[in-house]
Design a protein around this ligand. Structure first.
Ligand code: SAH
Length: 463
């Protein structure tokens, strides 16, 4: 194959980046915007020796699973790479993706992967949005301040007021915020020069209570005419918490460390599984509450608690899983690296009247490896360990420490099948057996998939 060549190709699979994969005479082509089951004419955009990249020139036979995307910027934005695939086909692909990844990276050949737990309504499920705000230059030389999303893997802004994954009221809030910026001549931050004030607008809604938090992220200490901003926001139903986050760094990290409240408490309150949680702007909180409940119930089911167990919840965030577990366990110990989240976790335990959950701030690998949660609190033996790490998975030293502790069960909640596969291999080499692999669709329309895995200690028969 050579660049610009046109070729007819049937798409057999999908990459995690959402590119279609097909073969022509043994040559592999990754085709942007092509779906499994499509037959397309692709134009080769880059040709290596054994594989190349292309884009769809024409769809000859559309996949029977093809649907039209409801979002006008679905392709350019790249967030919803699966929006043109019907939902049951999305779920089938995710199940296969988990199975294939566990095989390719973990070497697990015989594992049963359960069907993915999906949603009834796979749109408008996100409770959190972080809109980049920037100056948008028009072709005619004029410029205005806009907000929206970054085009896939770039930092060029696609203006979009409505996103089909977030509540409709978010576009009203965003519009009102941009109007305030215009009226009060507030500048937008420019990543290249490091100048300008507003970087992002963060919005969070607690779906069960309806409470909404609005928090601009600024490259400065004060939002000009903030009373005007507050007044505007308060006109919008259910906006109860208005904050400002200060981020003066030159990095890509969205939130800075400082949060000041402009109106109301600097947090909102959500209810999940009958428990109440307080969510601050900087704390991690699952973005899809409907599926979170299903995910936690799957984790709880895997933990199979009787009331006598000591349980660790490592990477506990604001203690959500910990409190779910605490109602069924003897003691729960939660560890999390963000101190604000631990503060929320402790508060959450108190407000739910839970006394058997204990929280410690620090890196899981440091605390558990050294053997005490804080001076004077040695890590007790755990019967069950729950792990819910970020995408990069667990540190090998932590897995070693957990293996030495030898809990009966390990429940691994993962947002990345690749690092999950790598870590499961370490557990299996260390004497554990994979019992259940249950994917949960926390992110419909995207290629992300969450998985709950139950590992059990292998009991070697006596004699
Ligand atoms: N279980 C929680 C949070 C899961 S997200 C929930 O369901 O809401 C992963 C969490 O791990 C984040 O809160 C992140 O801040 C935390 N984290 C990242 N690296 C860590 C580390 N080395 N040790 C402990 N926590 C860490």
């Amino acid at each position: 194959m050579v660049k610009n060549e046109l070729t007819e190709i049937r798409i057999e699979d999908f990459t995690r980046e959402g590119e279609g994969i097909g073969h022509v005479d043994g040559y592999t082509l990754f085709v942007k915007d092509a779906l499994v089951g499509d037959t397309v004419v692709a134009r080769v955009t880059k040709a290596n020796k054994e594989y190349g990249y292309g884009r769809v020139e024409k769809i000859l036979i559309p996949s029977p699973d093809r649907v039209s995307a409801g979002c006008p910027v679905a392709r350019r934005c790249g967030g919803c790479r699966l929006q043109e695939l019907n939902y049951s086909a999305q779920l089938a692909w995710k199940q296969k993706f988990v199975r294939d990844t566990l095989r390719k990276i973990g070497g697990f050949r015989e594992l049963q992967v359960s069907p993915v737990i999906g949603m009834d309504e796979p749109f408008r499920y996100r409770n959190k949005a972080q809109y980049p705000v920037a100056v948008v230059k028009e072709k005619d030389g004029s410029a205005h301040i806009g907000a929206g999303f970054y085009a896939g893997r770039t930092h060029s802004l696609i203006e979009a007021e409505d996103c089909l994954l977030t509540p409709e009221v978010y576009s009203e809030i965003l519009r009102a915020f941009l109007e305030y910026m215009r009226e009060c001549r507030v500048t937008a931050y420019d990543e290249k020069t490091g100048r300008g004030l507003v970087r992002h607008l963060l919005i969070r809604e607690a779906f069960s209570t309806g409470e909404i938090l609005v928090c601009p992220v600024i490259n400065g200490t004060k939002l000009p005419e903030s009373e005007h901003f507050v007044r505007r926001m308060k006109k919008i139903k259910n906006v109860v918490s208005i904050c400002v986050n200060v981020n003066r760094s030159r990095s890509n990290v969205i939130l800075g460390n400082e949060v000041a409240s402009l109106s109301g408490e600097p947090y909102i309150t959500d209810i999940l599984g009958g428990l109440t949680f307080r969510i601050s702007p900087r704390s991690f909180y699952q973005v899809n509450p409907v599926q979170t409940e299903k995910l936690y119930l799957a984790a709880l089911g895997a933990a199979a608690l009787t009331g006598n167990e000591t349980v660790y919840d490592l990477y506990c965030g604001i203690g959500t899983i910990s409190l779910f577990l605490a109602r069924k366990a003897k003691e729960v110990y939660g560890v999390e690296i963000v101190p604000d989240a631990i503060r929320d976790a402790k508060q959450n335990a108190v407000r739910n009247g839970i006394e058997n959950a204990h929280f410690y701030a620090g890196a899981a690998e440091e605390l558990v490896v050294r053997g005490y949660f804080e001076p004077g609190v040695p890590c007790p033996h755990a019967d069950v360990v729950v792990l819910d790490p970020p995408r990069k998975g667990c540190d090998a030293s932590l897995i070693d420490a957990v293996l030495r502790m030898s809990p009966d069960r390990v429940v691994y909640v993962s947002c990345d099948p690749a690092t999950l596969a790598r870590d499961l291999r370490l557990f299996v080499n260390g004497g554990y057996e994979v019992k259940v692999v249950q994917p949960v669709d926390m992110f419909p329309q995207t290629t992300h998939v969450e998985t709950v895995v139950l590992l059990s200690k292998v009991h070697t028969p006596r004699g």
